[in-house]
Design a protein around this ligand. Structure first.
Ligand code: BG6
Length: 484
């Protein structure tokens, strides 16, 4: 891993404190003796030592207090926005000073951990003083949201491309950093058993659920402008769907993989109105605790139609997936936190076991649980021992925890990839735009958000949409995990 300077715009913000600083410290620990200096850039004026204390507190859980303090003192720096905002020249000088003092070769990451409205100003500022290229490599990292619709995403990409080349740009969708999500590629393309059945001849339907038990947690101001379609579907769930549906790439290079993902997006038919259900949670109970409804949040307008849940059916117009519905479902204040992909196989062509056994026979289901209990289960039918012919569905089971123990944090993986220059897990400009293009008609004419109680799996109409799937695995659309 090359020695580098990691510049975080929004250096004292929540993302930096909670995710980036710990991930950088974790990365350095695992990479061995790599030289990584961090320059936090923020609006809040503070002494460098104060920022070092902040950084040390962020990483103390990882490396213990004394080591964290030493790490921060030696490697962490701070510049206020004045330096960045009122003069990128000052920032450029500061960068060179830090690099010279620490014998860094001029490799730089610029991470925009700032509100989207500030992205373009910073990018322009970096370009104005020539910080878009340097003595070593230069990379720009942009956090979601990449635009709030197709037009704004195209505009943002265009403006960034005036300053940075696509090969320098790393658009983060943190779901791609999750170990279980990366494993989808290995699972599919290293195991012939699954890949050879991964098509419309064998698979009846695919269901992708990202359920959260939390509500909007003090982010209502942001969330009400965003809603579940923009916040979760356009990025995280769509990314999962493309990894499940993509063709094998010609090789494992970033662009070969991303080409295949874009092709999936382009193959999706225009979304029909009756294939989308929006929901919004009302008061209810999650985990036995009463919680208020979305509209009761003081930062939410009383007549807000913003969806906190979305259920939709996608139809892919492709050789492999023609006629196989892909159901996407996400929501806040669902009964539990669960991200899963359930792939339901077709039933055998002939019912050999007679009418009385029909209800006992279940199609095979592959359930990939991406979080919180990372692993997968493959359900198949077996005969219950005894004289009678009773049949139950039993899972083969694999758990990351049992097999490997700790899984690295998504951000640690992503930051290491940025420093290594591997763009595979980052979203390309055309991919972001293709995803917005798909959902733009719904954004232009959104359906009414239908009520569901906090602690439920979304509105009844979403259940009805999922019930079309006629999958034993999700009766009435409930996430149903049979325990034989
Ligand atoms: C973020 C969304 O991108 O992802 C949040 O803005 C959501 O609303 C979060 O809670 C979910 O991420 P994770 O990793 O907790 O599943």
């Amino acid at each position: 891993m090359d020695a580098h300077l990691f510049v975080i715009f929004g250096g004292s913000g929540d993302l930096a404190k909670r995710k980036l600083l710990p991930a950088l410290a974790g990365m350095v620990r695992h990479a061995g003796d790599v030289s990584c200096h961090v320059l936090g850039v923020g609006r809040t004026p503070m002494e460098e030592s104060e920022y070092q204390d902040l950084a040390a507190r962020s990483v103390a859980g990882l490396m213990g207090q004394p080591e964290a303090a030493n790490w921060a003192k030696a490697n962490v720096h701070y510049a206020t926005t004045d330096e960045a905002g009122s003069g990128f020249e000052g920032l450029a000088e500061r960068i060179v000073t830090i690099e010279q003092a620490n014998s860094l070769p001029g490799n730089r990451v610029f991470y925009l951990a700032i509100p989207p409205k500030a992205f373009e100003g910073v990018v322009e500022g970096l370009g104005s003083v020539g910080l878009n290229s340097g003595p070593g490599w230069t990379r720009l990292v942009v956090e979601k949201p990449i635009g709030h619709d197709l037009a704004s995403a195209v505009e943002l990409n265009t403006n960034i491309h005036k300053v940075f080349d696509e090969s320098q740009i790393y658009r983060i969708d943190h779901y791609l950093g999750k170990e279980t999500v990366q494993n989808l590629l290995v699972f599919r393309f290293a195991n012939h058993l699954f890949e050879s059945t991964w098509n419309r001849d064998r698979i009846a339907l695919v269901e992708i659920t990202v359920a959260e038990d939390l509500g909007v947690e003090g982010r209502a101001g942001y969330y009400d402008q965003t809603g579940a379609l923009r916040d979760m579907i356009q990025n995280h769930l769509t990314q999962l769907m493309t990894l499940i549906a993509m063709e094998p790439p010609v090789d494992f290079s970033a662009d070969a993989i991303r080409d295949e993902k874009v092709k999936v997006l382009r193959s999706i038919q225009a979304i029909r109105r009756d294939d989308v259900v929006f929901g919004q949670y009302g008061p209810g109970a999650v985990d036995g605790e009463s919680v208020p409804g979305y509209l009761e949040d003081p930062d939410v307008p009383v007549d807000s139609n913003t969806p906190t849940a979305v259920v939709m059916r996608l139809r892919l117009n492709s050789w492999r997936w023609q006629g196989v519905p892909f159901y996407l479902r996400t929501g806040k204040r669902f009964p539990e936190r669960l991200t899963q992909i359930a792939v339901t196989y077709r039933e055998p062509p002939v019912a050999l076991f007679g009418i009385q056994h029909r209800d006992m026979l279940k199609p095979d289901v592959l359930r990939l649980e991406l979080q919180p209990n990372e692993g997968f289960e493959l359900y198949f039918d077996v005969k219950v021992p005894g004289n009678r012919l009773d049949i139950v569905s039993i899972p083969f089971h694999f758990s990351y925890d049992e097999a490997f123990g700790r899984i690295p944090e998504a951000y640690e993986t992503l930051l290491a990839d940025i420093v290594e220059g591997d763009q595979t897990l980052f979203v390309r400009a055309d991919e972001v735009e293709a995803a917005w293009r798909l959902y733009q008609p719904i954004l232009d004419d959104p359906p009414r958000s239908l009520p569901y109680g906090a602690g439920e799996w979304g509105p009844d109409e979403g259940d009805a949409l999922l019930a079309h799937a006629e999958s034993w695995f999700m009766p009435n659309s409930r996430v149903h995990r049979p325990h034989p």
